[in-house]
Design a protein around this ligand. Structure first.
Ligand code: CA2
Length: 145
């Protein structure tokens, strides 16, 4: 059986749809999960969709992905800008890794301009709202097929 694409979401993304729709859109994380699953399934891939507010849990999922996933899509939320732990975990992973963001962090506060994830990712997609995830799935499918 084909391994799934792991889609891992970090801190506070469980709150999507409740605040700041002008920045993050009005969809909930469940809406994003549904459209990602539909998009991946249509291309013949499965998805394992996860969210945690805890850095250690995200690192554990990344370790699991090393052997159990075909590719990783990671929206690390604010940990993007702070986490050497995520940098180290991603550096040890050889499968495709795509960093995604709903907003464009480079057009926001300066503290969001630094990403610990980008140097250890194969690609970065930001600023397209929910479509950032869809673009990442389509890019992964194209690279894997
Ligand atoms: O644009 C993105 O996807 C971010 O990864 C979202 C993070 C932010 O820290 C990054 O700089 C960019 C924040 C996610 C918080 O989402 C919320 C949504 C609704 C209400 C509160 C938080």
């Amino acid at each position: 059986m084909t391994k799934p694409i792991y889609i891992i979401n970090g801190p506070n993304l469980n709150l999507l749809g409740t605040r700041e729709p002008e920045i993050y859109g009005s969809e909930t994380l469940k809406d994003i999960e549904n459209i990602c699953t539909q998009t991946a399934n249509a291309a013949g891939y499965d998805v394992k969709f996860m969210q945690s507010n805890h850095e250690g849990q995200i690192i554990d999922w990344l370790h699991e992905a090393r052997t159990n996933a075909i590719a990783i899509i990671l929206n690390a939320g604010a940990l993007t800008h702070t986490s050497v732990g995520l940098y180290d975990a991603l550096k040890a992973i050889d499968i495709l890794k795509i960093e995604v963001h709903l907003s464009n962090p480079h057009a926001r506060e300066e503290f969001r301009h630094k990403s610990f994830i980008s140097p250890v990712s194969n690609g970065v997609i930001a600023g397209f709202g929910i479509d950032s995830y869809i673009l990442a799935i389509n890019g992964i499918v194209k690279k894997l097929t």
